[in-house]
Write a protein that binds this ligand. Structure first.
Ligand SMILES: O=C(O)CCC(=O)C(=O)O
Length: 285
């Protein structure tokens, strides 16, 4: 298994641009295995018997032209959990954010077949107002070779420094995916926002900041574009006392802001601690 360890140049790039590429984060055997698991998950086959928290595409229910998305598939598939709970991913996210530890906020699977439409440009942390602090660092892992024409993820360089922007563009299949980000650029006094399309090999990854604007275009190529995203937050993150997230606040206990490690596991902490669930997942793999 590969292990990611970021160097000082990568950390400086992340701080400047809001994203940084890390090559060969997942080896070819793990990519092949993840592709098999993903096919099963999107077919509604849940190996653990538990559904992902969000099933944003189902065959026969949703348009073939939509980008398919599932959230928290680690709960549905123990092999996917092995990648999502990798301690080296948690360590890299914590290092980039300056946290003493990292815990999984959620995972996302994206499957964009040829012709499948855009994902609206957005800031992840804008969706995280149920968490204090709302900071995130995410690891976007390519499971196919990517290209601009094939609708790879794109980042707006330096936009993590623009602060929170509006959230009006639809996440799935918007006609004009870039309008909110364009408005944010104008508000920040940036005339020519620089969009960077991530062209990498299957198994390579990008770490991105929770406030960086990103999204992707329609897949105009003739191959699949699959990716797995591990969204991390600080190990000290708590539920917001009043702001409710429609899906993830269901895991909040009454009169208690602490996050249960069974649902939001700590994958790395500088003192060597990780949640018992993470130990169980990684040691049985
Ligand atoms: O892969 C994409 O098209 C979008 C990815 C994304 O929104 C994310 O990683 O937060």
């Amino acid at each position: 298994m590969s292990v990611v360890r970021l160097n000082s140049e990568q950390i400086a790039t992340f701080r400047r641009d809001g994203f940084v590429v890390a090559e060969r984060l997942v080896d070819s055997a793990e990519v092949a295995n993840l592709r098999v698991r993903i096919a099963a998950l999107f077919a509604g086959e849940y190996q653990t018997g538990v559904m992902p928290d969000e099933v944003n595409w189902r065959a026969g229910r949703d348009p073939e032209t939509a980008t398919r998305q599932l959230c928290n598939s680690w709960k549905a598939d123990s092999q996917l959990a092995v990648t999502v709970m990798r301690s080296d991913i948690g360590r890299a996210c914590a290092t980039l954010a300056g946290w003493r530890g990292a815990r999984v906020n959620q995972d996302n699977l994206f499957w964009k077949p040829p012709g499948a439409r855009a994902i609206g440009f957005h800031q992840d942390s804008a969706y995280e107002q149920w968490v204090v602090p709302d900071d995130m660092v995410s690891c976007w892992i390519a499971l196919d070779d990517t290209s601009a024409r094939g609708g790879t993820v794109e980042y707006v360089r330096g936009s993590h420094q623009w602060g929170p922007g509006r959230r009006e563009v639809a996440f799935h299949a918007p006609d004009e995916p870039f309008v909110d980000a364009a408005q944010a650029a104008r508000d920040a006094g940036v005339d020519n926002p620089q969009r960077v399309a991530i062209e990498v090999k299957a198994g390579d990854a990008v770490f991105h900041h929770g406030w960086v604007w990103h999204g992707s275009q329609t897949n105009l190529g003739d191959t699949m574009r699959r990716s797995l995203v591990v969204h991390c937050m600080a190990d000290t993150a708590q539920f917001h006392p009043t702001s409710v997230g429609p899906i993830y606040s269901r895991y909040k206990r009454f009169n208690d802001l602490d996050m249960d490690e069974s649902f939001f596991p700590i994958t790395w902490r500088e003192d060597g601690y990780r949640s018992p669930l993470v130990d169980a997942v990684l040691t049985r793999s």
